[in-house]
Ligand binder design. Sequence first.
Ligand SMILES: Cc1cc2nc3c(=O)[nH]c(=O)nc-3n(C[C@H](O)[C@H](O)[C@H](O)COP(=O)(O)OP(=O)(O)OC[C@H]3O[C@@H](n4cnc5c(N)ncnc54)[C@H](O)[C@@H]3O)c2cc1C
Ligand code: FES
Length: 243
Amino acid sequence: MRLKIVENKKIAKDTFILKVENPALFEILPGQFFMIKINEFNYPLLRRPFSVAGFSNTIDIIYRIVGEGTAILSKKREGEFLDFLGPLGTGFKINSAKRLILVGGGVGVAPLLYLKDVIENIYKIVCEAYFGFNSRDEVFTDDGFISTMDGSLGFKGTAVDMVQDKLDEDSLIFACGPVPMMKKLALLSFEYGCSMQVSLESRMACGIGVCLGCVVETVDGDFKRVCVEGPVFDFEEIQWQEM
Ligand SMILES: Cc1cc2nc3c(=O)[nH]c(=O)nc-3n(C[C@H](O)[C@H](O)[C@H](O)COP(=O)(O)OP(=O)(O)OC[C@H]3O[C@@H](n4cnc5c(N)ncnc54)[C@H](O)[C@@H]3O)c2cc1C
Ligand code: FES
C-alpha cells in the first residue's frame, strides 16, 4: 500500500517522526507494526519493521537512525510515497481490571505512546507511564515520567529504576525497549507477581511468518515468530536466558 508522506521531521537526537496519510482502511491495535519499503529501488532489499506510534488522520512512526535503512528514511520528504505492508502482528491486550503501567526505553517508547492514547481516550482509564532515555537530547516525549541515564532530564537512572518500587500483584506492565531492560522487568514481574506484556523487536526479513528469521524461544522449548505470534508476548512465555 503506497502512502503519501505528510511529514518526516527530526524530534530528538537521531530520532524522527514520520507521518503518512491514513487511508482509513483498517484498524490498528497498539503494538502492531508495518514493514516499510524504504526505497522504490530495491535498496535496501528488505523492508524494515516499525511500530505505530500514533493513529488519527495520519499513521505516525517514530524511528531512530541506526543504520542504512533508517538513514535513507530520514531523507524522505513530504509528498513522496512509501510502501507500507500491514498492519502486522499482535497488539497489546488491555485489561481494565488491572493497574496499567507502561515502561519504555529509548525508541521502544514509540508504540507505548499509541497504547497510552488508546487506554486514556478510548478506554478512559488512567495509566502510569515511565519512559527512560540516555540523555536529554534523546527525549522525544513529555508524556509520562521521564528518566535519563545521565540525569540531564527527570529522574536519574533507567525507567526500571523509576518503576521498581511501585509494582504489586495488581500491576499489568506493558513494556518495550532494549532486551536488558525487559529482562530486568521480567525478573521484577516474577518477584512481585505482576502481569506483563512485552513487545519484542527482533530483526526481521519477511515480516509475514515465512523466513523464520525472527523467532524467539519459549519456556516450553518451542520457537515463536515475533512477526506473527508477536511482537507482543506474555512475559511468562519467553525463555529470557536465551535472549
Ligand atoms: C516489531 C518491530 C517494531 C519496531 N519498531 C520500531 C520503531 O517504532 N522505531 C524504531 O526506530 N525502530 C523500530 N524497530 C527496529 C527497526 O526495525 C530497526 O531499527 C531498523 O530495521 C534498522 O534498519 P537499518 O537499515 O537502519 O539498520 P541496519 O543497517 O539493518 O542495522 C544497523 C544496526 O542496528 C541493529 N539492528 C537492526 N535492527 C534491529 C533490531 N530490530 N533490534 C536490534 N538491533 C537492530 C543491527 O544489528 C545493526 O547493528 C522495530 C523492530 C521490530 C521488529
Ligand atoms: S520475519 Fe520472517 S518469519 Fe518473522
